[in-house]
Design a protein around this ligand. Structure first.
Ligand code: DX5
Ligand code: ZN
Length: 213
């Protein structure tokens, strides 16, 4: 069964704890946390302190997506804060560093993912595919929630699925309309922000994403 990661970027930050509990009760599998530095992407969001604080609110795994220019400078802080899955972008981190991080994260029981922007070729991540635990395919240009899904990414996922047997996660513009196509091409995790948090009935929205009627 496909897993749903709720991206808290689209939550109401003035009541974040309640928002997290709301999606947990509705049945999401993971909490997706978008860390942005205003440099790698044109937006600034959260740091380790926030993750540390919301760690007390839920037992759901934290899927921490690092959209920052210098992720290795801060990775220890994100580990200590309570990340269960950490994603590094291939645009910011070398193959060698991804290999090194995999070894140290594995010792701590933390999963490592690699992400690539819509304009980045699959060729770039090929050297790390046998190292990482999952691939996070960006289906919008990273930076903001609520953007439209880029349809060309579907072919990219199909291609990736043809030679990669590991976990594929898709992030950006995922909704009740495109979810069935994403399930069909073999995606394992759907990260969804605005579709979930803006839904009148979150449980129903999750069922739509999972394809349960
Ligand atoms: C985009 C983020 C996404 C975003 C998804 O830079 O990485 O995780 O929060 O939000 P929606 O589902 O609204 O596109
Ligand atoms: Zn994300």
């Amino acid at each position: 069964m496909i897993k749903i990661a709720a991206s808290i970027l689209s939550a109401n930050f003035s009541k974040l704890a309640e928002e997290i509990k709301k999606v947990e009760q509705a049945g999401v599998d993971l909490i997706h946390i978008d860390v942005m530095d205003g440099d790698f992407v044109p937006n600034i969001t959260f740091g380790p302190q926030l993750i540390n604080d919301i760690r007390k609110v839920t037992k759901l795994p934290f899927d921490v997506h690092l959209m920052i220019k210098q992720p290795l400078r801060y990775i220890e802080d994100f580990i200590k804060a309570g990340s269960d899955m950490l994603t590094l972008h291939i645009e910011t981190t070398s193959t060698l560093d991804i290999k090194k991080q995999k070894i140290s994260l594995a010792k701590k029981g933390i999963k490592l993912g690699v992400s690539l922007n819509p304009s980045t070729s699959l060729k770039k991540i090929e050297p790390v595919l046998n190292i990482v635990d999952f691939v996070l395919v960006m289906s919008v240009n990273p930076g903001f929630g609520g953007q439209e899904f880029i349809p060309e990414v579907v072919n990219k996922i199909k291609k990736l699925r043809s030679f990669y047997r590991g976990v594929i996660s898709v992030d950006g513009g995922v909704n009740g309309k495109n979810a069935s196509l994403l399930r069909k091409v073999g995606v394992d995790i759907l990260a969804s922000g605005s579709y979930l948090f803006k839904a009148k009935d979150i449980q129903k929205a999750i069922k739509k994403l999972k394809g349960i009627s």
